[in-house]
Design a binder for this molecule. Structure first.
Ligand SMILES: [Zn+2]
Length: 250
């Protein structure tokens, strides 16, 4: 037995936590064979749950039974900092309670929350944590373009905030993997290696699964790009975490 071995010297927690936002339930469900192939567990953050059809609910239940997590992404996908300006109750009554009631009716009790539009502040966070969410996920972007010009680029390996340190942190950032992030395969390879070496979990998220370049206002990630990430994560024996599992793992 190696009682004195310290965490940093092992890679046993090293992993990846991938999430998907909004309401692309059929499109996400179509990825199920790929998730199964790599034994990947992910989190789906659902917004506008009032519009969930019976078919979408049953697909989400199948995904949940596979080990994926169903999280919450707001009732109206509103701007929380504006909603909370009129008080925590009106924020709760508009953005949280109605959607959570629909989720409960459908049989889901989300324990993780993704901020719509990455918009939040400390007041919003405290209301969400007091409402029972175990982890709140914000958005990190490695490249920003303004009117087509690249304003800055940061390699994911240089963004410590997209790695979960298993310190029970409940307010986290995930790196956007959508097409317009401009992320490359070598950058993702480095990011996964960093998680492995540091015994942390890389947090990523995207929107709609796309099979070509985004068209007509589509926003999402290239499915073959996601598959390379899953394949490399599996090759490196990284653990797949759902978002609520992160603060639970000590
Ligand atoms: Zn969203």
């Amino acid at each position: 037995m190696t009682h004195c071995r310290r965490d940093a010297e092992t890679h046993e927690k090293a992993g990846i936590a991938i999430s998907f936002d909004d309401h692309f339930i059929n499109e996400w469900f179509a990825l199920r064979p790929m998730f199964r192939k790599y034994n990947a567990k992910v989190t789906f953050f659902i917004t506008c749950p009032d519009s969930l059809t019976a078919d979408e609910i049953s697909k989400l239940k199948i995904l949940q039974a596979d080990g994926h997590e169903i999280g919450f992404h707001g009732t109206i996908h509103g701007k929380s900092t504006e909603l909370i300006a009129t008080g925590p109750d009106s924020y709760k009554n508009i953005e949280l309670a109605p959607g959570l009631a629909h989720m409960a009716e459908a049989g889901f009790k989300p324990t993780s929350y993704a901020h719509p539009g990455g918009n939040h502040n400390a007041r919003v966070d405290s209301v969400l944590l007091a409402s029972g969410f175990k982890i709140l996920r914000d958005v990190a972007i490695s490249r920003r373009k303004i009117m087509g010009f690249q304003m800055y680029a940061l390699a994911p390996r240089l963004m410590p905030w997209i790695y979960y340190n298993f310190d029970n942190e409940r307010i986290v950032d995930a790196l956007l993997i959508d097409e317009d992030s401009g992320l490359t395969d070598p950058e993702m390879q480095e990011a996964l290696e960093k998680a492995k070496n540091d015994n942390t979990a890389l947090m990523l998220f995207g929107h709609e699964p796309l099979y070509g370049k985004p068209q007509n206002g589509e926003y999402g990630f290239h499915v073959p790009f996601l598959e390379k990430i899953l394949k490399e994560a599996a090759r490196q024996n990284l653990k797949f975490y759902t978002m609520s599992e992160l603060p639970d793992r000590n």
